[in-house]
Design a binder for this molecule. Structure first.
Ligand code: PLP
Length: 404
């Protein structure tokens, strides 16, 4: 598995795509249509029944612009197919609901994006689907949590916000042994980690983040086998077809163009984050960054990553209390370090206090249990050309906040 991963180059996969516009445009044309006409009634019927696969029917099902982006995502992940959604949550919830029925069970990492946590913990019980949250780095706990009715192991490659690394090859082995699906949210580490190449069955994304990189829309993707993707858009019982979280084709078209610069952006995000992590660590602050040798999964990360894209653009620092975090973030915004904002993967640096924002759905006692402190600030490090200057600004803010 690891050898295959090493030979896999997600950027080459994207570069090799030959996707042309209708009139030879170097970018695929935007298909600005909700519905599609047929020359023969029979072909329409066959498209409905799935016998005819070459025609477009209705844009909630497939649209050519969405197909171009979905094909590019599948190429990048090395999966047979993909489908694009109107948000990352649309991707996560649809993929889960397609697999699970009433009475089923999921084993999930307890450190995941707050929205995913809330969906699993608060929303799924309405459908009689139960979830056991575990420390995903504790393989024994994961194995022991699997029940007869378990259908999915759900995790993030790099978990939000504690930046733990999931051992995808081992989790895939556990899933295969139990005959269940390993679903991985790879939002934090596109290209750096290729979960499907490491054995994951389904890969989900918030394309809102690094994939698009421009913070101008929300979007998501589900990557998997042709069989699974087709099941999602089955006209009779496909979750995506029936719940309808389809991405707008205008957006697909702009995200596709941004996907072609992802490899360059990931390298710059990672090298800037590494610089800041080392700089902040030297000041004596508590820093979490998977690129630092002290990170508990540093060696694991090295063994499953594509090294040339680096260790990712996310770092977290701990300044003890939410008030101190708030004060520091306000100072950093004024100093031009970046923006006090949720989300990540943007060209400018974004920072937020996870416990009071993107993980606020996780109850405080559970935040404590998973090791998330009140003063945790998550940085999504931007594409700054002069990261040394940014580091100096942060240092000045830390001093002004009496944290150094
Ligand atoms: N997955 C992760 C890891 C995230 O951080 C987020 C959002 O912050 C999501 C999924 C949800 O994505 P979206 O906001 O595009 O619905």
């Amino acid at each position: 598995m690891k050898t295959e991963k090493m030979n896999f180059n997600p950027a080459n996969q994207i570069q090799d795509l030959e996707q042309f516009g209708e009139f030879g445009g170097v970018n695929p044309a935007i298909t600005d249509s909700a519905t599609f006409t047929f020359m023969q009634a029979k072909t329409m019927l066959e498209t409905f029944t799935g016998e005819e696969k070459g025609c477009f029917l209705y844009s909630r099902h497939w649209n050519p612009s969405n197909k171009f982006l979905a094909d590019a995502m599948a190429a990048m992940e090395g999966t047979e197919a993909a489908w694009v959604t109107a948000s990352g949550m649309g991707a996560i919830t649809n993929a889960i609901m397609q697999i699970c029925n009433s009475g089923d069970h999921i084993v999930a990492s307890r450190t995941i994006y707050g929205g995913s946590y809330a969906f699993l913990k608060n929303y799924l019980p309405k459908f009689n689907i139960t979830v056991t949250f575990v420390d995903i780095t504790n393989i024994e706990r994961v194995t022991n949590a699997i029940q007869e009715n378990t259908k999915i192991i759900y995790t993030e490659s790099m978990t939000n916000p504690l930046l733990q690394i999931s051992d995808i090859p081992t989790l895939a082995e556990i899933a295969n042994r139990a005959g269940i699906q390993l679903m991985v949210d790879n939002t934090f580490t596109p290209m750096i980690i290729s979960p499907a190449k490491l054995g994951a069955h389904i890969v989900v994304y918030s394309m809102t983040k690094f994939i698009n990189g421009k913070n101008d829309c929300v979007a998501g993707a589900i990557c998997g086998t042709t069989e699974f993707i087709s099941s999602l858009i089955d006209v009779n019982n496909g979750t995506s077809m029936l719940l309808g979280p389809v991405l707008d084709p205008l957006r697909s078209s702009s995200i596709l163009k941004n996907l072609h610069t992802l490899h360059i952006r990931m390298k710059q995000h990672s090298s800037n984050a590494m610089y800041l992590a080392q700089f902040l660590q030297k000041t004596g602050l508590k820093v979490i960054y998977p690129g630092l040798p002290e990170h508990p999964q540093h060696e694991l990360f090295k063994s499953i990553m594509s090294k040339k894209y680096g260790f990712g653009g996310l770092i977290a620092i701990d300044v003890n209390t939410a008030d101190e975090a708030g004060n520091l973030m306000e100072l950093m915004e004024k100093a031009g370090v970046g923006y006090l904002a949720v989300s990540l993967g943007y060209f400018k640096t974004l920072f937020s206090n996870s416990g009071k924002s993107t993980s606020s759905e996780v109850p405080e006692n559970e935040q404590k249990e998973m090791g998330m402190s009140d003063g945790l600030i998550r940085f999504s490090v931007g594409l700054d050309d002069d990261i040394e200057r940014t580091a100096q600004k942060i240092e000045a803010c830390l001093k002004a906040a009496n944290l150094l």
